[in-house]
Design a protein around this ligand. Structure first.
Ligand SMILES: [Zn+2]
Length: 486
């Protein structure tokens, strides 16, 4: 046999082996979705909706400046809960921490099992001054118009608090008895970090030696048309949240008259430093929660997409390049760099003596404030620039190949049988991170079906939710409690 024929034969054999291996990998991909059992929950919807609507009228607004809190509204809200859910307050123990953080305990029958917690927050963000006019319904009216409930908290996150209480109330009516201790924990300052709410709740529970098998908080939703190539709506459950760091870059030195500048100025050096950071970027790596999302979504895709994701050992660089094309998917696989403030100069003909910039970075799990500081210093390589980094570390990554995660999947699919429920990485912060200390797993999921435009309304204008969505959220919470206690 001629030499070139032999080479060709070897190459063809290798190609054949490659095809066999990769197709075999693809064939092995199977759905990670549990089979749903359609929910049988029947609610008195009219009453449930009316109670939710009224809960939205209390102005439980949290402000960065704590002295601005109107605690009379918080008192009225708590009183409203007691009045609206008498059976819950009858059957469950209620402990108030820092007066306004609420911890309800529903005693289970089996002391050998670890408790499970459901959590949410009833504070809401203020309505931005000057945007009141743009609301189609008053943000604190709780108006119900054409099957839609309007107001602050309909998405973030009175829906969680009232939805959970409504679910508990329903289960009590059905004489349901949990096997595990169930905790329902509601913060009142999540929007400003949760220091006095969630964090204080966790401190108290930690002192009593309580550890959860899992805690469910607000977070990702079920989103239509979220993943190209997947017809089903995809419900994303945050198994981790990114850290948020503030890096300040500053430089001080001689100013001087603008008629005879040095070749290097303060503004120029800070600008150059930012340009270098944007050019370099943190390494992208499809790992952890981002990778997990695709592991769960890929089985529902076409053969081609399944093939690519099932053989990520070959295609990972290609997948990463595609994800880097869009800011939302890029944020899933790398620490992001966002310059948000730039300050220098006052007068057109004077060189400023000081220039500074603030960069907001969102940290991937595994990245730390320390490693961010190192990265910035190494990248800008300018000793005259002072770099300080502060902020919050990324959360722990919860496991998803577990019965706990399957509880969430099952509960959601019992109500939304069509939805694919997958793990993912949350970019925004939540109270959930406080629970990392006392819970094996923390999941971040708001069981409602939304479009991506709905998500933008969360802290914005015209926050609202459809009546159907609200009713389904109650059902999912009730299903979580039932499935977790099977
Ligand atoms: Zn929230």
């Amino acid at each position: 046999m001629k030499k070139w024929k032999l080479v060709l034969l070897i190459l063809l054999s290798l190609l054949l082996i490659f095809i066999i291996v990769t197709v075999f990998n693809t064939m092995r991909v199977s759905s990670k979705q549990p089979t749903p059992e359609e929910t049988t929950i029947l609610l008195n919807e009219e009453e449930a909706i009316a109670r939710f609507s009224e809960s939205l009228t209390y102005k439980t607004i949290s402000y960065q400046d704590r002295s601005k809190f109107d605690f009379a509204e918080f008192d009225r809200f708590i009183f409203y809960l007691e009045e609206s859910y008498p059976e819950v307050h009858d059957q469950l123990e209620l402990e108030k921490i820092n007066e306004y953080a609420l911890v309800y305990k529903w005693e289970g029958s089996d002391k050998n099992k670890n408790p499970i917690g459901l959590t949410g927050h009833y504070d809401v963000v203020p309505v931005l001054e000057g945007t009141e006019e743009n609301w189609k319904q008053d943000p604190f009216s709780g108006a119900i118009v054409d099957g839609v409930i309007w107001g602050r908290g309909t998405l973030d996150d009175k829906i969680g608090v009232i939805g959970i209480l409504e679910a508990v109330s329903y289960l009590i009516e059905q004489d349901f008895q949990p096997t595990r201790d169930m905790y329902f924990m509601f913060g009142f300052d999540e929007e400003i970090g949760g220091e006095k709410g969630a964090k204080a709740i966790v401190d108290t529970l930690e002192d009593s030696g309580i550890t959860f098998d899992f805690v469910l908080d607000e977070g990702g939703a079920i989103v239509k048309n979220m993943v190209p190539g997947v017809d089903h709506p995809v419900g994303v459950v945050g198994i981790a949240e990114k850290g948020s760091a503030t890096a300040e870059l500053s430089i001080e030195g001689s100013g001087g008259h603008s008629s005879q500048p040095k070749s290097s100025t303060n503004i120029g050096r800070i600008a150059a430093a930012i340009a270098k950071l944007e050019e370099t970027q943190f390494d992208a790596d499809l790992q952890g929660p981002g990778k997990a999302l695709f592991e769960y979504v890929a089985p529902e895709m076409s053969f081609g997409m399944k093939y690519v994701f099932a053989n990520s050992f070959v295609f990972e660089p290609l997948i990463e390049n595609i994800l880097l094309d869009e800011p939302a998917s890029a944020a899933l696989i790398r620490t992001t760099i966002a310059p948000t403030i730039f300050q220098a100069g006052e007068q057109y003909n004077a060189l400023p003596e000081r220039a500074s910039a603030v960069i907001n970075l969102r940290l991937m799990p595994g990245e730390t404030l320390e490693s961010v500081q190192e990265f910035i210093e190494e990248t800008i390589a300018d000793e005259k620039i002072n770099v300080t980094v502060s902020g919050s570390e990324s959360s722990k990554v919860s496991s998803y190949d577990t019965w706990q995660f399957e509880v969430i999947q099952k509960a959601a699919r019992n109500v939304y049988s069509d939805a694919i429920i997958a793990p993912y990485l949350m970019f925004a912060g939540s109270d959930a991170k406080h629970y990392d200390r006392i819970s094996e797993n923390t999941y971040r999921f708001l069981p409602v079906l939304l479009t991506s435009e709905d998500l933008e309304r969360m802290h914005g204008t015209n926050e609202h939710i459809s009546v159907d969505n609200y009713v389904n959220a109650i059902k999912v919470y009730a299903e979580v409690i039932m499935v977790a206690n099977e």
